[in-house]
Design a protein around this ligand. Sequence first.
Ligand code: PLP
Length: 359
Amino acid sequence: MQVSDLDTPALVVDLDVMERNLRRVADYCAEHNLRLRPHTKTHKSTFLARRQLELGAVGLTVAKVGEAEVMLGAHPKDLLVAFPVIGEPKLRRLAEIARVMRVTVALDSLTAACHLSNAGTAAGVEFSVLIEMDVGLGRVGVAPSDALDLARAVGALPNIRVRGLAFYPGHIKDQNEQMIAELSATIEAVRNQFDSAGMTPEIVSGGSTPLLFRSHDIAGVNEIRPGTYLFNDMNTVGSGGCALEDCAASMLVTVVSHTRGDRMIVDGGSKTFSSDRNHSGGAAFGRLVDAPGASFHKMNEEHGFIDLRGADRHFEIGEKTRIIPNHICVAVNLHEFVYGVRGDTVEEVWKVEARGKLQ
Ligand SMILES: Cc1ncc(COP(=O)(O)O)c(C=O)c1O
């Protein structure tokens, strides 16, 4: 099947670019002795998770227990839930997973750890824990200076083994040298505190896609959990984390209306792309590969509004064109299938098995 035969809207992935992205990060981690535990929220597919494991990933990361259940199918050695798991039903399901593989949870409270410990004790399984620190994003995580106290308290609980620290540097959206230096100093200080207490962390897990290739500059980090890196998107380009030619994923859409000379409507809106804006303010809802000067400035659920005044070309009704989305992780979650293409040929179709697994 050719790309032009695909019905639209369709999420297509350039396999040459994706494979290059996967290899580059695997090589980078090998060169800097970093454990790679990719976040599977981006692709939500066991097929791609297996590829990451084949290239040396030490395990997989998920945000949801439902994603963990799906990712069992990729047979990782280890699953990290990088999200506090709260509530009886989820903990029971997580304990079932822990019967068949090592499960690690990143958490930031003694309450969450006690619930996990109780679930582990009831099921007769042990959970590993990473102490989550807030290093500037202001989301989850204890203050870095409180991490040691929490680690001591959590480590005293039955059926729990504290294995280290986790943080997510999502507040650094560009390659800001001062912020990277501050982050490094913060992590080094916490590590020193743990070392002095005789509790040297086995794992210090950080890493986002924008800062991926700076991970070796953050003192003490020995594991990274990027997700976006295999596809990339316009926000990663905007962060300086990748070049435009590293964007593997795009949305194939069809021009369906042309009632005004300088505007066209395509068959993809917020239910195809998500409504995520471009962090750097450019390219609106995505970049038209064939007409970079066009502005994808507005969306309804099923309609994409493209202003063609800045474009140097015209599109006919029925013509198909590709648009690189701003935020690929949320876009993937909206699609049932992803089409892997090489040149003009559709080589692979994979199911987004964990889409909608929100619990
Ligand atoms: C806790 C955590 N770890 C890792 C990631 C992956 O980062 P990225 O999307 O920048 O690849 C995310 C993304 O949101 C995250 O929240």
